[in-house]
Unconditional design. Sequence first.
Length: 273
Amino acid sequence: MASEKEAGEGLLSPSRRRHSPAFSLSSTQWFKIIRTSRTEPMKITDKCVSFWAFDSIGNIRAIPCKRWSCKICQKHNAQMWAWRAELHVENDQYQFYMWTLTLGSNYSDVRKAYDDLKKLWDRLRKAVSRHYQEKYNWHYFTWTYCAFVEGQPKRHGMPHFHIISSISAPERIKDFAVRCGFGFQADEHEINGKGAGAYVAKYASKGAGIIPKNFRRVRASRDWTKLPAIAKDTLYVKSKTEHLSAYLIRVHEATGVAVDTLWDNWRLAHEID
């Protein structure tokens, strides 16, 4: 009979490693996709335009608001998190799991559900850490996760909680969910990188008009993979109190582009907008 310590070590043994096929895109290819999507000038049509700015060669760029409450930006935000999820799971050597947690029938007020979700998440996170620290004597255990909230339209926006976890639940997922204050309707299954990305892209932007303002829609552990650093172009933004003529002169002095050209670009962008 293996000791509890040996059993704990077994959770990180090669037997936990994924057996899914290798991802079809290399890191370099993914980097090119992400770089293009993060730096490409926005098209004028069906795009969020929070404000306009000139780049270092005098081209005018539409700057999005990047808010989850924006119907356009929410899709972009979800896609960026989907890339992060896929990159992390595919580049990790161990098996990942998708947990789906719901709130029980005792919740009928959506606003209260979102308010309580903060403490329910804190309770669940501490329960996971406590379990592995105590049972397997892992004093420095760190849980790797990416969790995101979905506003369920069929339940008037009632939140569902999805967690991409580096470990399986400490006990049967339904029992663990109830013990942490969630509903009995819960699910856990193994997931690969493509599956993780697809889940985030599909559900992270769902119910965006229902989720309260300033609610933290996505949360990830500190060791979760970041997107590659991108060299960003300098942007010149007009301040609220700056007169347009002074702004164009400032951009001209910084870029060397003629004021008339800058004015034409500015006027054309605002006419289309």
